[in-house]
Design a protein around this ligand. Structure first.
Ligand code: 4NP
Length: 147
């Protein structure tokens, strides 16, 4: 399975989701390809936000080598599922969908709940990590029970 995690900046939430999912997939013996991207272009080429790097590190996940990139149309061809963090990401990515097949690949990571943007609130990084971990665990659990 090829999964793309998408948020606004690709420096806070989606790099965490990317690192967590990569680790959980490996732990479960799943040969999945995981990547992340942002709908915005402000941070292209940068490493994740240092608060995300630190929070992930404290949980045993290394996201320090990730490099920010922007979501692009070919991602609809290259990935099976595109998980977005909030409804604004959902609107932005769906606005780029070329057809129903593209649109059907786009889902909120937490189902109907949003992952809040922690960029302006340092204390949100830890709860955001935990929400993302729960969401990723649920995705793997559902996948394994459907094999
Ligand atoms: P992210 O958070 O979407 O979780 O990566 C943000 C990071 C940067 C900005 C906005 C959100 N920004 O406006 O630069």
């Amino acid at each position: 399975m090829k999964i793309l995690m998408v948020c606004l900046g690709n420096i806070c939430r989606s790099p965490l989701a990317h690192g967590i999912m990569e680790q959980l997939a490996a732990d479960n013996g799943l040969d999945w390809t995981i990547d992340s991207a942002g709908t915005g272009n402000w941070h292209i080429g940068q490493a994740p936000d240092r608060r995300s790097i630190r929070t992930a590190f404290e949980h045993g996940v290394d996201i320090s080598k990730q490099v920010c990139r922007q979501f692009c149309i070919s991602d609809f061809d290259d990935y099976d599922v595109i998980y977005v963090m909030d409804k604004s990401n959902l609107r932005d990515v769906l606005s780029l969908a070329r057809n129903d097949r593209d649109a059907a690949k786009v889902k909120l990571l937490l189902g109907d709940q949003e992952v809040p943007d922690p960029y302006y609130n340092d204390s949100q990084f830890e709860p955001v990590f935990n929400m993302l971990e729960e969401g990723c665990k649920q995705i793997i659990k559902t996948y394994i029970s459907n094999i």
